[in-house]
Write a protein that binds this ligand. Sequence first.
Ligand code: 4AD
Length: 462
Amino acid sequence: GKKLTSFSYLGEEMVGSEVLVRGRVETNRTKSSRLGFLVLRERGLTVQCVATQSEATKVSANMIKYIKQLTKESVVDLIGIVVKPKDEVKGTTQKKVEIQVRKLYCVVRAPSNPPPLLVEDAARSEEESERPVANQDTRLNYRAIDLRTPANQAIFSIRCQVETAFREFLLFNDFVGINTPKLMAGGSEGGSAVFRLDYFGQPACLAQSPQLHKQMAICGGLQRVFEVGPVSRAEKSFTHRHLCEFIGLDVEMEILSHYSEIMDIVDELFVQIFTKLNERCTKELEAVGKQFPFLPLKFLPKTLRLTFAEGIQMLKDAGVEVDPLGDLNTESERKLGQLVLEKYDTEFYMLHRYPSAVRPFYTMPCEDDPRYSNSFDVFIRGEEIISGAQRIHMPEFLEKRAGECGIDLKTIEAYIDSFRYGATPPHGGFGAGLERVVMLFLALDNIRKTSLFPRDPNRLAP
Ligand code: 4AD
């Protein structure tokens, strides 16, 4: 009938009380036949438990033996008294109190030879460092076990906070959360490939983005919408930043007159997300930094905006030639990120007025020069996390642009009809990739680290 106490509640105010805890064995050792130590772990937190054989504690010699033969990672239930340790406890993840063991049960015994993933690279003893470090592929093959490391636990808490802060900001600013279909008749982004499937005999594919439906929601009068949902891309890219499935953070909104209104939302939204992460996730950020050292993201209270032409000029001044009507490649994006950091002291900025030729068919060209468009990308540490734009809301023009871009008009008929019959005000929005945001905020080297069970061209399991 006793209730479990979570490790996060174990504190000095509980000294003297008896608790029941469940944890995994991180370390187990005995000093003599009368004294044993267990360090238990729950999520990223650990607590030391001490078993002393004495009249007062009623712990038997058998219990000390039992502690000795436990295997690492076994799950145990333990009843004991919360005490203040003699020596000061160091570190942020180790609880500041100890537990004097009274009773101990092994719930599930772990095998004595688990894959060598749980040893944090940074925290390995010299003896252990002789063993090969598990590479990322091995870790991902055993992802369920790999997740137990403190850094991984922290990454997924941080990821959840990004999503939560995204929703909080948008709900506070009168956006409505929507869910759009993930089964579609055709692609929505042009260019990038789709996963094809059979839909009761009709060709179909997995949604490449909520683009068309989120715009149709604006057409329907929802005014400001957002979605957090899976996005599928059949791109055979083996890079550190591409997944075949990721979580899209999408926004679409009516605007009064200018696409800068969308950039204003991006600015306030992301400054708030970063600020909340720094406030709410101090322990998690520290846990990630211990395993994957990084410097906190530099961002300004008001996000820097440069035009694409200004960016090109900065690159040119630094000796990098790029096509003024083409796209930036990964390398030039990185380079520009460095130049922006040197000049403006920020690692978070926006680049707008992209050439029309490199944007999807639904993007609104600039009124003064249609070679450019009312669009933007947003960068963290020189890598893209967002692309956004004002959309074409005039049906004939939209149809014309889709045709020019080689889109099969039959697959987007309902979308164009929405504008034809639905008089839709000027609008626009953006899409961010959740995994990319987390990866780049934490300066991680690979997007797979921020996906629970990543999907890439070689990985469909686990
Ligand atoms: O640039 P993308 O393809 O833009 C769209 O999907 C538009 N519908 C957005 C809009 O509202 N205009 O994707 C948007 C973001 C990228 O900036 C990137 O963060 C992420 O989605 N992304 C990926 N993340 C992981 N793996 C991939 N293969 C990704 N492709 C895009």
